[in-house]
Design a protein around this ligand. Sequence first.
Ligand SMILES: *Cc1c(COP(=O)(O)O)cnc(C)c1O
Length: 357
Amino acid sequence: MRTWLEINTKNLKYNIEKIYEKIGNKKIIGIVKANSYGLGSVEITKELIKCGIDFFAVATLSEGMELRKAGIKEKILILGGVFDEELREVEKYNLQIALSRFEQLVYIHKNNIQVKCHLAIETGMGRIGVNSEEVEKIKEYVNENKLTNIIGVYTHLSVADEEGEDNRLYTEKQIEKFNNFSGIDTIEYRHVLNSGGILKYSNKDNGNYVRVGIVMYGICGENWIEGLKPVITFKSKVLFIKTLIEDTDISYGRECTLKKGDIVGTIAAGYADGFKRGALNKITVKIKNREYTVVGKVCMDMLMIKIPNELKDEVKIGEEVTLYGEDLVEKAKLLGTTTYEIITGINTRVKRVYIEE
Ligand SMILES: *Cc1c(COP(=O)(O)O)cnc(C)c1O
């Protein structure tokens, strides 16, 4: 293998156990959208089923279909909204949807489409939730027509994972608005907490489910979570090594010049694998527990490191390189992005390897 993503399923299970301890009587909706944050939708879903999770959420119809086609029988909710013309497929694959338009409810009713809905309510995210006026319209319509297909209500927190008093008050207000929702008797599932919410606001909501995403992998926002274990390691290999026989500019754009006698290692991973460009001369990769600085711009399929002279015997062709691992959070910060963006950006050509150790 040239470049691969190692996923430690034992640590994943351990983290889920810890999350169960944290949420008390609530149950988990496993968030497996975007190919389970890049880690493999079917594989991760199957691991989560082993942990006792029986409800999953994806972002799109095709993600839901992928799980169904892989034989997953558990409940699946599409959180990202669907277009009316997708509803027949939603019905066919027995998926549930986030409902955020009155007109969509009418469409479902008029066309007699059998699809269960979770009402997405606006509490401060400004995304797909319905506002309080629309909520009233929906309640009236539901009661007039004796609809039974709205089985859930939820909302989404925008700053639950961020520090600061202002963010705390904002989140509490969001949760309060959610808690105050009532008026549809068929609602069975109530969920508001995401990873940040679970960690910091666990007793404040009256939901009976939580939506667990990134915290399964030991990460949340800009933090490692104390007591959780790392799940993800992005790895590659040393492809080539040379000692420069004259001063040489390294990579595109000539942004880095190394001296005669310097040793350059080329690693078999680039931005097309998902190793983000940027943070020139700051980002490092790890070989046998030592850090090596990435020099020059990251290329599409390769990147270069400087190997200090005293370490030249340490690094050989074929040696394993850790691109991101437990240092994912710091690296995301250095790159000016988030752990979410880094892991979902790891490309399909990178093999996902599941290890249980
Ligand atoms: C992605 C998503 C989540 C999961 O968020 P994490 O921060 O990864 O826990 C929960 N709810 C909704 C609506 C989402 O879109």
